[in-house]
Design a protein around this ligand. Structure first.
Ligand SMILES: Cc1cc2nc3c(=O)[nH]c(=O)nc-3n(C[C@H](O)[C@H](O)[C@H](O)COP(=O)(O)OP(=O)(O)OC[C@H]3O[C@@H](n4cnc5c(N)ncnc54)[C@H](O)[C@@H]3O)c2cc1C
Length: 282
């Protein structure tokens, strides 16, 4: 959808290309063009006044190598290894944001807790707050569900959750799948929710112009109450906002039932104690 919208705005995409080289301008200092290659052959020469390179980031960890007790995670995705409290080992060293390589508690129940490094603005803010609380002596585990927002050509994109593999590595025989609700066709309004299923479970949800659905998705993932792939595949769309309301209501009922059971158990315990007192007094 974004490709279509961009194309309609005059953006030209050159997919599956690599940059062969930057061609210098006449002054030998500025850039004049970029050569694009495919399978070792030159496929396009794009004239350019300015080149913006968006290739991701690498955590700047050099200054931490050799720091006592700090583990720099050298393999991809890199970063500083921290525990669930964002503590890097020594009790007074914490890492938060893009640099933190931490346990991810929202993966499949029972599975080994994977470690991740997440590059999202909201995550960096949340982790900063969490690390600050722990610096002040709290034992607050970082458990927020990753949330990402961006806006492209007037389309609000939101992502909740975390997908451990890119979609091009999805395998149907491993239970991986993408389910789309709504329409990704810009001509049809371009409102959609896309569910990324990994190993038979919703790992993340990306929405377009459906912000409340993304917010509800994050909460449902946290509560482990996300609808199953089968429910999402069924006829009709599932409203996550509605699902969240239902999940909250169910939790409230369960809480009340738990409190009721607790009260009944306490009453039974009190009655038994009173009986015991009556027996020993007689
Ligand atoms: C081009 C781009 C677009 C993005 N768009 C989005 C988006 O739309 N939505 C979203 O959610 N996220 C987006 N992100 C990701 C988001 O910006 C980052 O996740 C967030 O800024 C991370 O915050 P941080 O504080 O962890 O790291 P940073 O913002 O990178 O801050 C780290 C700071 O530490 C400084 N520093 C490094 N080494 C040292 C040192 N030795 N001593 C002192 N200071 C040092 C750096 O200079 C830097 O200022 C985008 C990122 C990029 C690069």
């Amino acid at each position: 959808m974004l490709l279509k919208i961009g194309a309609a705005k005059g953006v030209k995409y050159h997919m599956r290309c690599t940059v062969g080289r930057f061609v210098a301008g006449a002054d030998g200092r500025s850039v004049a063009a970029v050569e694009l290659m495919q399978a070792g052959s030159l496929v396009a020469t794009l004239p350019a006044d300015l080149v913006i390179i968006g290739v991701g980031i690498v955590p700047a960890v050099e200054y931490l190598r050799g720091a006592a007790g700090v583990t720099v995670h050298e393999a991809a995705p890199g970063g500083v290894a921290v525990d669930e409290f964002l503590c890097a080992g020594p009790e007074d060293v914490f890492a938060a944001g893009d640099i933190a390589y931490l346990p991810y508690p929202h993966a499949e129940a029972g599975a080994e807790v994977p470690r991740v490094r997440i590059e999202h603005w909201d995550v960096a803010l949340d982790q900063g707050r969490c690390a600050a609380r722990n610096m002040l002596g709290a034992r607050s585990a970082y458990a927020a569900v990753p949330f990402f927002w961006t806006s492209v050509f007037g389309k609000n994109l939101r992502s909740a959750g975390y997908c451990h593999k890119p979609a091009f590595l999805f395998r149907a025989d491993a239970g991986d799948e993408i389910i789309t609700h709504g329409s990704l066709d810009p001509a049809a309004g371009g409102k959609a929710s896309v569910f990324y299923i990994v190993g038979g479970r919703v790992a993340s949800v990306v929405t377009c112009n459906r912000d409340p659905e993304a917010a509800a998705a994050a909460e449902l993932i946290r509560m482990r109450r996300m609808p199953s792939p089968a429910a999402l595949r069924g006829s009709g769309e599932v409203s996550l906002v509605h699902e969240l309301r239902r999940a909250h209501a169910e939790e409230a009922t369960e809480g009340a039932a738990g409190a009721g059971a607790g009260a009944a158990a306490a009453a039974a315990g009190a009655e038994a104690a009173a009986r015991k007192r009556r027996v020993s007094a007689s």
